[in-house]
Ligand binder design. Structure first.
Ligand code: C2E
Ligand code: CA
Ligand code: CA
Length: 584
């Protein structure tokens, strides 16, 4: 490598001194330029860009200070090391020079050793500065490398590094045994968390989720964040499909454990789609896209579950469109009907009321459950006329049964978010009460927490306005949202319905047992009536019975049934055999 000769500019009006310095430095193999006054010095500095300037202080026309301040104001020349040559060693002069930005000074007369020492130490410093600069540059590059490969918020790899990772772990064509699984994971209802609890909280949650995900997989696996609430995972170490399923189940379980963030307890669930290398695609993009379709399917089925990709998923969207069009006509064509599910009290085991659950009797597809069309009706706004219809129809039916000999039978009607937001909901309810002559005390309006937490103050005001009519308010699907138990205390509920996800298999799931006990305790302390939903097994009944819930609803007693069948349950006085020892 060619050695670069350093270039030094000497600005000195005394010819003898200047020539002497030039000679000395020249002998050291340096490239030296001379200037006999400040003006020439500045010009030479500009054109030659020396590595070092030695400059006399006392000079005619422009003195040393003038030269230095001119140089320091120039963006290119400001960085050139500058040494003053001064006959005066007065402290004030030295200070003035240093304040102007000189790097060093030499007092005349100086020896050869002093001169060479000052020059050498300047160059050494410059080398150190260069080294520092290169270190910083390398750090900046590393940082940039990290930034373009990792997600800002969670620090997880992003799509780019996932791609790189995929190339590394992609099995060779000969390795047919090795199974590579690509997962797409989405948090259920994450938008609501962001909207209701704020983005800062959403971010906290995403970070915590990222940590949990990372702790669920092997070191050779990769967890990446794709966008807002979507993560991708490459499972690289599973010889069998069942191993991958086990990991997925452990992920779902881990995410369903309470998060405690910013003094708030939050429960979340996730949906996972699984795609397998080779079977569902050979390229990462295709595997991700298929895993994503499977994830959407898991979400459609209610979330908190996993789905494998199957090639028929693409039917979904056109299916949706047809449904949407025919739903518009469903009301006019009287294709909607209501099934009633008994609510049974746990004191006497008798039917005390019914939850009205809408169904769609589709001319070609048969009965379509509400989960398949209510979300669509919500999106399109059709839920408002549908909801009005259900309310009207159910109240009318209950009044009929009351007059047939069941005078205290209650009805529970589900309200959707959009319905709850209608300005004239209270007025509509008054109209229905007048039309059907049903006493408001027999009506429970069921709503979910997600409808209420968006604007707490407004929600409380609305609830109170409805309650002032005499109806009761039930909080539905309790525990599946994201609010802490104590947060919901501020709403004026009368009834709390424990969601069936806590009730199902309650005796085998210690987590569910603990949550349900806590919910019951809180509801009791608030004086709420408790209804356990989804009671299917005797052991579940036993649990809610002994923990003193007030009523149950579930397949154990009866699924939702048609009007005729419900009437049969009433007239035959079907009752629930209760376990012994309620009052133990
Ligand atoms: P939901 O309000 O939580 O209703 C209870 C759901 O749990 C019903 O499903 C019922 O059939 C089901 N269920 C009851 N007992 C059991 C059990 O022991 N085991 C199991 N596995 N399931 C049980 P359905 O009728 O399919 O209704 C689903 C959801 O659709 C309802 O959930 C409610 O959110 C919504 N929905 C139904 N009717 C209406 C309506 O008129 N308006 C609105 N806005 N939503 C409605
Ligand atoms: Ca309900
Ligand atoms: Ca429910």
């Amino acid at each position: 490598m060619k050695k670069i000769t350093k270039k030094i500019l000497v600005i000195e009006d005394e010819d003898f001194v200047r020539e002497n310095i030039i000679e000395l430095l020249d002998a050291e193999g340096l490239n030296v330029l001379g200037a006999e006054n400040g003006r020439i010095g500045i010009d030479l500095a500009k054109t030659q860009l020396p590595d070092l300037i030695l400059c006399d202080v006392m000079m005619p026309i422009i003195d040393g200070y003038g030269v230095l301040s001119a140089l320091r104001q120039d963006s290119i020349m400001a960085g050139i090391p500058f040494i003053f040559l001064t006959a005066k060693a007065a402290k004030a002069d030295v200070r003035q020079g240093m304040e102007l930005g000189a790097d060093d000074y030499l007092t005349k007369p100086f020896t050869r050793a002093e001169l060479l020492g000052a020059v050498a130490s300047r160059f050494k410093k410059q080398a150190a500065v260069h080294k520092q600069y290169h270190t910083e540059l390398r750090q900046a590059k590393d940082q940039l490398n990290y930034l373009i490969r990792n997600d800002n918020l969670t620090g997880l790899p992003n799509r780019l590094s996932l791609q790189e990772r995929f190339k590394q772990v992609q099995p060779a064509d000969t390795e047919h045994q090795q199974i590579l699984t690509v997962l797409c994971l989405g948090l259920d209802r994450f938008n609501q968390i962001n909207e209701n609890l704020g983005h800062a909280f959403g971010d906290l949650l995403l970070k915590a989720v990222a940590q949990r995900l990372s702790s669920c997989v092997d070191a050779q696996d990769t967890v990446a964040r794709l966008n807002a609430d979507e993560f991708a995972i490459i499972l690289a170490t599973n010889p069998h499909k069942q191993d991958a399923v086990n990991v997925v189940q452990s992920i779902l379980k881990s995410l369903s454990q309470t998060f405690v963030l910013a003094n708030r307890e939050i429960f979340i669930t996730a949906s996972i789609g699984m795609a397998f290398y080779r079977r569902d695609g050979k390229e990462l993009e295709q595997l991700l896209s298929n895993a994503n379709k499977a994830m959407l399917k898991a979400k459609q089925q209610g979330g908190d579950q996993y789905q494998f990709y199957t090639a028929t998923f693409h039917l979904g969207s056109s299916d949706r469109l047809t449904l949407q069009t025919s739903l518009r006509h469903a009301l006019e064509r009287e294709e909607l009907l209501i099934h009633y599910q008994p609510q049974v009290d746990l004191q006497k085991g008798q039917i005390i009321g019914a939850e009205a659950l809408v169904r769609w009797q589709h001319p070609e597809r048969g009965i379509i459950p509400p989960d398949k069309f209510i979300p669509l009706a919500e999106e399109t706004g059709l839920i408002v006329p549908i909801g009005d219809w259900v309310l009207q129809k159910a109240c009318k039916q209950i009044k009929i049964w009351q007059t047939k000999g069941f005078p205290s039978l209650r009805v529970a009607v589900n309200l959707s978010g959009r319905q709850f937001c209608q300005m004239d909901l209270r007025q509509k309810l008054v109209q229905i009460l007048m039309d059907t002559d049903l006493h408001p005390q027999y009506i429970d309006l069921e709503m979910t927490e997600s409808m209420l937490v968006q604007n707490t103050e407004v929600a409380i005001r609305r609830l109170n306005a409805l309650k002032s009519l005499g109806v009761q308010i039930a909080i539905d699907d309790f525990g599946t949202g994201y609010s802490s138990l104590s947060y919901l205390q501020q709403f004026p509920f009368d009834i709390l319905k424990i969601d069936r996800c806590f009730i199902s298999n309650i005796t085998n799931n210690s987590n569910n047992t603990a949550i349900t006990k806590a919910i019951i305790q809180m509801a009791k302390s608030l004086g709420l009536k408790l209804i356990a939903e989804g009671v299917e097994k005797a052991a579940e009944l036993d649990f809610v019975y002994h923990h003193q819930c007030d009523a149950i609803q579930g397949y154990l007693f009866s699924p939702p049934v048609s009007t005729q069948e419900f009437e049969k349950l009433l007239t035959t006085k079907k009752s629930l055999p209760l376990p012994p020892g309620y009052n133990d």
